[in-house]
Design a protein around this ligand. Structure first.
Ligand code: SAM
Length: 263
């Protein structure tokens, strides 16, 4: 919802929240943690600064592009420096390190975090029916939006998610306690046990996904890709709903895409 706000509203909101947290924490921390923090008064400001930076980085998830995310995360330390406050060197490095933790470089090659829209998979179960207890994997599960949509589609399936970023994995596990969510690399995981593997990655990742699916997935299992087509194999079906992103359904064994005959 919040990420749909018109730019730069998400950034303004995130910066305001970080500033508010920074100001409130400087008063609240000594009261909340009267022991060591109150005695070592010099720690109150750095701890408030670190927590406010962390909040800015978490709120950077509201940005729809890399530049916007960077602007949201960096806005608070920049505005603090511009306000004349002296900023320790780590005040700049902390947001960068946190950003790398949330969006590790490894994940940049495949896809950054963009959530599956809530209604994107509402017609999936009718086209790709699964038996009770089927194993479903969201490869690169981010914050769990697709897991929620998959659960709605297959309420009796066992849902698994793999996510490279540790913080996203932790938030996803909190959000989807009914799913088995683990940190890992989708390219190292075995897709063999799954009845359906769901992907929302990048067009560039699809040839690799096809090679992996061909090598590992059992006959009858499904590879489902939101938005991006696997051009090497023929789709079983494509679900299109007006302006919504298409859902590409492929069923193992994956046949080569038939060339379109020239007139
Ligand atoms: C476009 S988001 C999709 C998130 C979720 N599947 C959804 O649809 O709501 C892609 C996610 O894949 C993760 N990712 C990218 N490469 C990965 C990899 N090699 N292993 C595990 N996760 C990866 C990213 O961190 C990001 O959270």
């Amino acid at each position: 919802m919040l990420s749909r706000l018109r730019w730069p509203l998400p950034a303004l909101m995130a910066w305001a929240c970080a500033w508010l947290a920074y100001t409130v924490l400087q008063d609240a921390l000594p009261a909340l943690w009267p022991g060591p923090l109150a005695q070592a008064g010099g720690l109150v400001r750095p701890v408030s600064l670190a927590l406010a930076c962390a909040l800015g980085v978490v709120l950077s998830l509201l940005g729809q592009t890399w530049w916007r995310r960077l602007a949201i995360a960096a806005g608070f330390p920049i505005s603090l420096a511009v306000s004349g406050a002296s900023l320790p060197a780590w005040g700049w490095l902390a947001p960068l390190a946190l950003l790398l933790l949330i969006y590790p470089v490894n994940a940049w090659r495949d896809a950054p975090l963009f959530p599956t829209p809530a209604r994107a998979l509402q017609r999936l179960a009718a086209s790709a029916p699964l038996p009770e207890g089927a194993l479903v994997l969201d490869a690169g599960c981010g914050l769990g939006h697709a897991l929620v949509a998959l659960r709605r589609a297959y309420p009796k399936a066992q849902l698994h998610g793999i996510e490279w970023s540790w913080p996203l994995r932790a938030l996803c596990a909190l959000r989807c306690p009914w799913a088995r969510v683990r940190q890992g690399d989708i390219w190292r995981a075995d897709w063999g046990p799954y009845d359906l593997v769901y992907l929302f990655q990048r067009p560039e990742s699809m040839p690799r996904a096809v090679r992996k699916a061909r090598a590992e997935m059992r006959p009858g299992s499904w590879l489902v890709s939101l938005e991006f087509e696997a051009r090497e194999i023929g789709p079983h079906q494509v679900l299109r709903d007006g302006d919504a992103k298409p859902v590409w359904l492929y069923r193992a064994p994956f046949a080569a895409q038939q060339p379109v005959p020239r007139p």
